[in-house]
Design a protein around this ligand. Structure first.
Ligand code: C5P
Length: 232
């Protein structure tokens, strides 16, 4: 499994996304499309970006009854994304159904990863509001193991959690990690951040980087800096 940098294309329209991608002449970066852009533009944005030669991580975080998730994943599989995700909180049954839906007739399928606990959920809220009486780290490890048992390829987590997930689920279980900042950059609203070089050291397989690239004066140079630190 190759390490790669995924650019979070958190733009609100197709035009803004294409204006950004047009800056890349030599590389075809792996891009993440989230709910905002997908709900604004629909499946056509995925097809268009794919046609331009990019790999796509469609970040829609599905969470519903197994049958609904299975059928929705079958649709996503047809629009030919490379990676997509769901909430591990939907249970092992839901994750297994998702995999079935995602698998094409020829046996191929996009990578499927699970969100364990969102990084916006604090341990206190998880315990007091969701009545989960465990530590947040134990929950993350349990959900990651559930995802592995269901046959998923990995999880989305903080790069700082990637080491403990690998220790518990094995090296081949993928970690896709947002929350990445350059050592000399702004951290913005992210809390638990690390650099691309440190994420590589801890064992992330893919880093998801948004504003350090999209808001940079020279996005192509910022992307290359990420690749140089994380991949090369
Ligand atoms: O701009 P920035 O680098 O903070 O973007 C990170 C991307 O990763 C955003 O699209 C954000 O929604 C996503 N993400 C995150 N933390 C998570 C899950 C997803 O930052 N736990």
């Amino acid at each position: 499994m190759g390490k790669d940098v995924i650019i979070a294309c958190d733009f609100s329209s197709a035009q803004a996304t294409f204006d950004f991608l047009d800056k890349f002449n030599e590389e075809k970066p792996f891009v993440k499309i989230g709910m905002e852009l997908y709900y604004a533009e629909g499946p056509s944005i995925v097809k268009e970006i794919k046609k331009r030669g990019h790999k796509i991580f469609l970040d829609l975080k599905l969470h519903d009854i197994p049958n609904t998730v299975k059928k929705s994943m079958a649709v996503l599989s047809k629009i030919d994304v490379d990676m997509t995700n769901l909430h591990a909180a939907g249970t092992i049954d839901m994750m297994k159904a998702a995999l079935e839906g995602l698998t094409r007739e020829d046996g191929t399928r996009p990578l499927l990863i699970a969100v364990t606990q969102l990084t916006s959920t604090s341990e206190e809220r998880m315990q007091n509001e969701l009545l989960i009486n465990a530590s947040i780290n134990d929950t993350i490890i349990k959900y990651a193991n559930n995802a592995k048992e269901a046959g998923l390829d990995g999880v989305v987590c903080s790069p700082l959690e990637a080491g403990m997930v690998k220790d518990s689920c094995g090296k081949a279980f993928m970690t896709v990690t947002p929350g990445v900042r350059f050592a000399d950059g702004d951290i913005g609203d992210q809390v638990r951040v690390t650099t691309p070089a440190k994420a590589k050291e801890i064992g992330s397989d893919y880093i998801v980087v948004g504003r350090p690239i999209t808001a940079a004066e020279d996005p192509v140079a910022a992307y290359r800096r990420c690749v140089a630190e994380f991949v090369d």
